[in-house]
Ligand binder design. Structure first.
Ligand code: GLC
Length: 425
C-alpha cells in the first residue's frame, strides 16, 4: 500500500551540531544515581490512559535498584500541563527531576532556561542519535543544542470500524458522506469524532485540514503564509464536518480523552486520533471494539493527506538536584528497552530499530508496515518558536470562532494572519 508520503533525508548535520555543542558544554553540578547511592527522582507527565508509565518505571527500577521513580501526574490537556510547568520552573523549583515535554515546548523552555541541555550526556554515553526518527530529534533541538530526548512520535490517524465500512474514506468529502450514511449502524451514535474543543489539539486538527488543501501557517523561512485559498478551503471543510450532523452534538467540547472513551464504547464509526488510542481499543478489559478497528492515513483534500506532527520528549529540569539519576531514567525510557515497552502500548517509537521487533509488530500491525515510519516522518510540525504559546492561542481562538459560526472561514484566516504577523517577526 502506498498511502504514506516519502520520507525526508536523515539529517547528518544535526548529529554534527550535537557533537560540536557537546564538546563545548560546561559541566553543571549534579548528583544522584552513582555508586549505589540511593536516590528518588520525581517524574512528571500527563495522565497516562495506556498503563505504559507503570511498566516503564517498574522495568527501570528493576535495572537500577538504587534509583526510585516517584510519579507526578500532570493534567491530560497539554496546555494546562504547560502552564503548571511554567509556574513551577519559572520559580526555579527543583520539585520535579524529569518531565515529558510536548514537541512544541523545547524552544520556549530552552530559551527560558528551564531545561538542562543533554549534549554532554549524549556524547558521554555514546547515544547514536542517527538511530532516531530525525523529525523527533529535531523537535528537541534548539539553537544547536539537544534539550530533550525523543520518547514517542505522534501523527494524526483515521480510525475506522472494519465491521461497518469495508474501506476507509479516502477524501474528506467521502468521509462526510460515509459518516452521515453509516451513523447509527451497529449501535453507533455518531459517524465521526475528532478534537474540536478550544485547546492545543484543535491546532493539530486545523493543521491537518488546512494541509489537505495546501494551506500552511508559516513557510520554511518562518514567514506567515496562512492567508491562502488552501487554508480557507481547509477551514471551510472543517466547518462542514462540524455542521454535518454526523459528529457528536458536543463536538466543540471534545478532546482526546472524550474521543477514545466514545470510540472504545463503540459509539462512533470513524475517529481522528493519535496512535495511542489503538492500544486502548485492543484492551479487552475496557474496549467493546477489540479487533474491529482499522487504522488509515487521514483523508485527502484536493492536495494531500496530511497529519500533524505531535509527540512527547523527555527533559531534565535545569534545577534538578539529581541530574545523573534523571539522565539514567531518560536514557532508559528513550533507549531500546524503554522504547519497546512504550511501543507495546502503542506509543510510536522514535528509536527506529524498535520497529523491527516481532513482539512490537504483533502488538500494533501499523508498526510492521515500513510506510508507517515514512508517514509519521512526513507529518507537518507546528511552528518552532519560543513564542509558540502565543501562536497557538491565536489559532485556537480564531478556529473556534469559525467553528461556532461567529466568523467566516475567510475572516478567521485573515484575523490569524494579522495577529500572527505581530508575533512572528
Ligand atoms: C498529543 C500530541 C501533542 C499535542 C497534543 C494536543 O499529545 O502528542 O504533540 O500537542 O496531542 O492535544
Amino acid at each position: 500500500m502506498r498511502w504514506w508520503k516519502t520520507f525526508g533525508a536523515v539529517s547528518l548535520a544535526l548529529v554534527l551540531v550535537l557533537v560540536t555543542a557537546a564538546c563545548g558544554a560546561n559541566s553543571d553540578s549534579e548528583s544522584g544515581g552513582g555508586d549505589g547511592e540511593q536516590v528518588t527522582i520525581v517524574y512528571a507527565r500527563g495522565k497516562d490512559d495506556t498503563g505504559s508509565t507503570q511498566e516503564l518505571v517498574k522495568a527501570f527500577e528493576k535495572k537500577h535498584p538504587n534509583i526510585k521513580v516517584k510519579f507526578k501526574e500532570m493534567p491530560t490537556d497539554t496546555g494546562t500541563s504547560h502552564d503548571q510547568y511554567v509556574t513551577m520552573l519559572s520559580a526555579q523549583s527543583s520539585e520535579i527531576d524529569v518531565m515529558d515535554v510536548d514537541v512544541i515546548w523545547p524552544a520556549e523552555f530552552a530559551q527560558a532556561g528551564y531545561l538542562q541541555d543533554l549534549d554532554r550526556f549524549i556524547l558521554r554515553d555514546n547515544i547514536d542519535m542517527s538511530q532516531y526518527i530525525p523529525g523527533a530529534v529535531e523537535a528537541g533541538n534548539y539553537n544547536g543544542k539537544q534539550w530533550a530526548m525523543p520518547k514517542f512520535i505522534d501523527a494524526g490517524l483515521l480510525y475506522y470500524r472494519k465491521d461497518i465500512v469495508k474501506e476507509p474514506p479516502k477524501t474528506w468529502d467521502e468521509l462526510i458522506e460515509v459518516a452521515k450514511k453509516q451513523k447509527g449502524k451497529k449501535g453507533t451514535k455518531s459517524g465521526f469524532v475528532m478534537q474540536a474543543a478550544q485547546y492545543e489539539g484543535l491546532v493539530c486538527n486545523f493543521i491537518e485540514f488546512a494541509g489537505a488543501y495546501g494551506g500552511r501557517i508559516l513557510d520554511d523561512k518562518g514567514n506567515v503564509v496562512i492567508n491562502s485559498p488552501g487554508t480557507v478551503k481547509g477551514l471551510e471543510k472543517m466547518i462542514e464536518v462540524v455542521k454535518s450532523g454526523a459528529v457528536p452534538g458536543n463536538i466543540l467540547a471534545i478532546k482526546e480523552p472524550e474521543t477514545h472513551t466514545m470510540y472504545k464504547e463503540g459509539e462512533s464509526v470513524l475517529a481522528r486520533n493519535w496512535p495511542y488510542m489503538f492500544s486502548i481499543l485492543q484492551n479487552p478489559d475496557e474496549s467493546k471494539v477489540v479487533d474491529q478497528v482499522g487504522v488509515a492515513p487521514l483523508p485527502k483534500g484536493d492536495k494531500a493527506s496530511t497529519a500533524a506532527l505531535g509527540g512527547w520528549m523527555m527533559g531534565i529540569n535545569k534545577y534538578s538536584k539529581n541530574k545523573e539519576a534523571a539522565w539514567e531514567f531518560v536514557k532508559f525510557v528513550t533507549g531500546p528497552e524503554g522504547q519497546k515497552i512504550s511501543a507495546l502500548y502503542s506509543h510510536s517509537p522514535t528509536y527506529l530499530p524498535t520497529y523491527d521487533d516481532p513482539e512490537v509488530q504483533k502488538a500494533n500491525p501499523l508498526y510492521a508496515d515500513e510506510n508507517f515510519v515514512k508517514g509519521v516522518s512526513a507529518a507537518i510540525p507546528r511552528p518552532v518558536s519560543p513564542e509558540y504559546p502565543k501562536i497557538s492561542e491565536i489559532i485556537q481562538v480564531e478556529v473556534s470562532n469559525a467553528l461556532s459560526g461567529k466568523v467566516s472561514a475567510k475572516e478567521a484566516v485573515k484575523n490569524m494572519e494579522q495577529q500572527l504577523k505581530e508575533v512572528v517577526k
